[in-house]
Design a protein around this ligand. Structure first.
Ligand code: AMP
Ligand code: ZN
Length: 664
């Protein structure tokens, strides 16, 4: 056998033993023998760098140091999951989705592993990159660290697709976690809090050899890609398993929500016997074609639902109620608590939401309160322990003035929150607005972060977002933690933001209630800031999905001389304040007033492109058929009951060709 063959044989053998041990839980060699073979391979690889393979089993020991983790855009967005907490929630979900898809619905039930999500990309059977979820659109590339995790296959076996993404959760099994802590305590180090945070904290350690020491695992649950030849979620899990991934066997295919509830009840009890922590169950529509029909909301798939186990509760003393001012001036009361351990973290603060909430629960300083932590990061107070209320307790009087600028607070009719009306002078509002303006979904100004904005405002260099465009390198360099290079990046980032399209600038202005979607709608309808500025409330409410509350807020924003002045300045600096000419060229009003439902599989254009075409031409897309539907565009494989419903309601059914022809 020549050296190259020898290396290959060793790699294959080690891979197989690794698989047997970590995935099948069935050791086929002693640790000692494994180490001997690994050393042998290491030696050969060191002598023959020409046979280097980034996915060799020797790469698992780590050693690579990463200083800066590269930001990488996901090929397929990583959505969050909607949560449910009761039988009713699940039944509601079922009736919602039954209106949108045809035929029998089966569900895959899976455990909801409590760790950090990870997207792995494989090409020709080799792991090519591993990226954290990040904000769902882009995450950090942590490949070197992930390669050290033994349950992540570096080389797949069997009949895998040429290229695909697979998603999973990086978890730390309880036993391994306890062992790590034993060692830390023995070394006089602070023990880790809980497995979940330790797992997610491991992903971005700079030294991959350090990650290799931690007994992390990766449990897989979803495959994404094109032409995968997989038709159900459950089949996907089985295939992933056959390619060498660790896919827990607890997943179950069921036929009804009743069976889902049985699964939930079983695992709520049984979870304490699992080797790792779970915080609930994830239910997914099994059929991928049905999943596709259901699609996504802005935040989560409509075809999946997390069921969260009941949250843990503790009681503690509320020391003080303080108030926070947000970017829009909204005031949030905060409970400052006697620190207490809850679900593995120390809780010191809880949100009290608004004045009504405080009044409803009659929450007072000095009270003993029950605190609960659900899926949310910020815990909430659910009740007061009246038996423990001190004798001298006094009812809470809600703040009358802004804690930051002392302006008298206001509360509008029908609104839950108080707000500080000192729009142009209240520091957290001024800073918050600029931070919003530069954020990724708005002007996305690279080289400028939230802290720098606060510093620039504090130093008096900027007072609103239009001032950003007059900043110079000379002004910025003297600031704390700035250098020539970073100052230049900042100025270049500001310059580049002049290319950001109108709809995002509109979102960035930070008009109350004008979020991403509303900004898009307004931009499309009015096409320029000048037209929008002159719109009346009556005119605004005629725009699809724009209600009175939004309309009033827009009018109020542009009634301020100061805001008008800022907008004029933005215009003078060359920021995009109207829809660009080429975009305009593709937009018409041809479908104005018409509502479309798009269903099935299409040939010349994808379903998403069809939807875009409808919207670009002034039409509206809806997900289910009703008497308001004007047209149903039917593709291949559309379910018979949808067609029937459309026929009963006398809705015109168009084929893809007919629709495209109609548009022309
Ligand atoms: P959340 O973070 O509450 O929005 O829940 C979504 C997250 O649950 C996903 O990003 C995954 O990291 C995680 N998760 C854990 N187990 C599963 C599973 N079986 N299927 C899908 N997501 C899961
Ligand atoms: Zn204020």
């Amino acid at each position: 056998m020549n050296t190259q063959q020898k290396i290959k044989t060793l790699r294959d053998e080690l891979r197989q033993h690794n698989y047997n041990y970590y995935i099948l839980d069935n050791a086929s060699i002693s640790d000692y023998e494994f180490d001997i073979k690994l050393k042998e391979l290491q030696t050969l690889e060191a002598q023959h760098p020409e046979f280097f393979d980034a996915n060799s089993p020797t790469q698992r020991v780590g050693g690579a140091i990463t200083k800066n983790f590269k930001t990488t855009v996901h090929d397929f967005r990583m959505y969050s999951l909607d949560n449910s907490y009761s039988k009713e929630d699940l039944l509601d979900w079922e009736s919602r989705i039954k209106k949108m898809v045809d035929g029998v619905i089966q569900y895959t039930c899976e455990l909801k592993y409590d760790g950090a999500s990870m997207n792995l990309t494989y090409e020709n059977g080799k792991l090519i990159r591993a990226v954290t979820r990040g904000d769902g659109v882009q995450g950090d590339e942590v490949t070197a660290n992930i390669k050290t995790i033994n349950t992540v296959p570096l080389q797949l076996t069997g009949d895998y697709p040429e290229r695909f993404d697979i998603r999973g959760e990086i978890i730390l099994p309880i036993e391994g976690f306890l062992k790590m802590n034993e060692e830390r305590i023995a070394n006089d180090e602070e023990p880790y809090r809980n497995p979940r945070n330790t797992a997610s904290g491991s992903l971005k350690l700079q030294d991959s050899a350090e990650v290799a020491k931690r007994p992390l695992e990766c449990l897989l649950y979803s495959i994404k890609g094109n032409n995968l030849n997989i038709s159900t979620q459950f089949e996907g899990l089985e295939k992933a398993r056959s390619w060498g991934f660790k896919v827990p066997k607890e997943a179950k295919l069921v036929d009804s929500i009743a069976a889902v509830l049985d699964y939930v009840a079983y695992w709520d009890k049984e979870r304490h016997n699992l080797p790792y922590e779970i915080d609930g169950v994830v239910v997914k529509v099994n059929n991928l074609y049905q999943q596709d029909e259901l699609g996504f909301t802005a935040k989560a798939p409509r075809w999946a639902m997390a069921y969260k186990f009941k949250a843990e509760q503790v009681s503690t003393v509320l020391n003080e109620i303080t108030y926070q001012v947000g970017r829009t001036g909204a005031i949030t009361p905060v409970a400052n608590l006697q620190p207490v351990e809850l679900a593995g973290t120390t809780v010191k603060r809880a949100s009290l939401h608004n004045a009504d909430q405080i009044a409803k629960l009659d929450i007072r300083e000095g009270d003993t309160v029950f605190v609960e932590k659900g899926g949310e990061i910020i815990p909430k107070i659910i009740a007061v322990d009246l038996a423990k209320r001190p004798n001298n307790s006094v009812p809470t009087i809600y703040a009358t003035n802004c804690p930051e600028c002392e302006t008298l607070l206001k509360r509008l009719e029908g609104e839950a929150k108080h707000y500080c009306p000192n729009y142009h002078g209240c520091p957290p509002q001024v800073v918050g607005r600029i931070q919003h303006y530069i954020s990724r979904k708005a002007l996305d100004i690279e080289g400028l972060g939230g802290e720098t904005v606060a510093l620039l405002v504090k130093e008096g260099l900027i007072n609103d977002y239009s001032d950003l465009y007059e900043l110079t390198v000379q002004q910025v360099v003297p600031l704390e933690r700035m250098a020539e290079k970073s100052a230049e990046n900042l100025i270049n980032g500001v310059e580049a933001s002049k290319k950001i399209p109108f709809e995002r600038v509109l979102f960035g202005l930070g008009i109350r209630y004008v979020g991403e979607t509303v900004a898009k709608k307004l931009a499309k309808h009015y096409k320029s800031i000048d037209a929008l500025m002159f719109a009346s409330i009556l005119d605004l409410v005629t725009v699809d999905e724009i209600g009175e509350r939004i309309a009033e807020s827009v009018v109020e924003f542009f009634s301020s001389e100061e805001n008008k002045h800022i907008v004029e300045r933005l215009k003078a600096f060359g920021v995009q304040l109207e829809i660009s000419a080429d975009k305009l060229a593709n937009q018409t009003d041809k479908l104005k007033g018409q509502t479309f439902v798009v269903s099935g599989v299409f040939e010349t254009v994808s379903r998403n492109d069809l939807k875009k075409l409808i919207e670009d031409n002034g039409g509206k897309v809806s997900s289910s058929i009703s008497s308001k539907t004007s047209f149903l565009i039917a593709g291949d494989k559309m379910g018979p009951s949808k067609r029937k419903k459309a026929e009963n309601l006398n809705i015109t059914i168009l084929s893809e060709d007919e629709f495209l022809h109609f548009l022309k």
